[in-house]
Design a protein around this ligand. Structure first.
Ligand SMILES: [Zn+2]
Ligand SMILES: [Zn+2]
Length: 289
């Protein structure tokens, strides 16, 4: 300790965003492989977070929970270190109501993506009752698509921002997932308006988000697999600089690999560590359950 400043560390030892074979999408990792793989990767604290878009995924979450329980029973040394979470999407109340009524045809996975009046009221399925039912210890909330405003970049940015603020204020949200992730189902990667950060998100918006994260004690995710590593260097440069500012302002940062692959690849963490070191992002202050 010198001048009251704790020495910074850049070693990533946690991962709070990983999908398993029980996720509704293409994710394929076996929960039973995680203990050995993360031990080898130097990840000591971690959790699984399969997708909950609407309650059409409740059965997936039940399977994910069952697999988690079996692995924890086989690895008592991971008690208090291996956790069960979900990745909840911001959806619309309109579609949630239709699905609840059974008045619904369309994708069984991604809810009803057309037909709702604009400015739909947002809705998140991982409420207190859901979390209690499935033993959900923490909720990572993500924005995955605009709610019925079309895909024009000018609308999408404002619409995503509305959803980010809703997600941050949602009582069960612990971590805001992948800020500025662009869904290839929504539009081509080349059309990603968020590459134009910071210009695309005004200083006022960034300030509002920071205030919402602090007020609601919600962590901001450093999403390695979907944003930080795959996005262009020009984006990463301003984005990670801003993340360092968030951390300095008291916002907790959380690491999520967002792994959908068969195995948890340690190279992802090592590559990210080099970027965090470059921007002075202190891994010693990262989110940990
Ligand atoms: Zn996501
Ligand atoms: Zn995810």
């Amino acid at each position: 300790m010198e001048n009251g400043n704790k020495e910074r560390t850049y070693k990533i030892t946690s991962d709070w965003h990983m999908h398993t074979e029980h996720s509704c999408d293409e994710a394929c990792m076996k929960t039973s492989d995680l203990p050995a793989e993360q031990r080898a990767n130097g990840i000591t604290d971690f959790g699984v977070t399969d997708h909950l878009h609407t309650h059409l995924q409740d059965a997936d979450i039940a399977r994910s929970r069952k697999a988690y329980d079996e692995v924890l029973a086989a690895h008592p040394e991971l008690r208090g270190r291996f956790h069960f979470g979900v990745e909840a999407s911001v959806m619309s109340e309109w579609e949630a109501d239709r699905i609840a009524r059974g008045d619904y045809v369309g994708s069984p996975i991604y809810g009803i993506r057309e037909g709702c009046p604009k400015n739909a009221r947002p809705w998140i399925g991982a409420d207190a009752g859901f979390c209690e039912k499935y033993g959900v210890e923490y909720v990572v909330t993500g924005v995955h698509w605009p709610l019925y405003v079309g895909h024009d970049a000018g609308y999408v940015v404002g619409e995503y921002f509305r959803q980010y603020l809703f997600a941050a204020a949602f009582p069960q949200t612990d971590i805001l997932a992948h800020f500025l992730w662009w869904n290839p189902l929504v539009g081509d990667v080349e059309a990603n308006p968020f590459f134009d950060f910071p210009a695309v998100v005004s200083e006022k918006m960034r300030g509002e988000l920071q205030a919402a994260l602090l007020e609601n004690n919600v962590a901001f995710e450093l999403n390695l697999g979907a944003v930080i590593l795959p996005y262009p260097e020009s984006f990463r440069d301003s984005y990670l600089g801003w993340c360092a500012d968030l951390q300095n302002a008291g916002v907790t940062l959380s690491v999520g690999s967002d792994n959908h692959d068969l195995h948890a690849d340690g190279r992802v963490y090592r590559e990210a560590e080099e970027h965090f070191r470059h921007y002075g992002i202190d891994a010693g202050k990262f989110f940990c359950l």
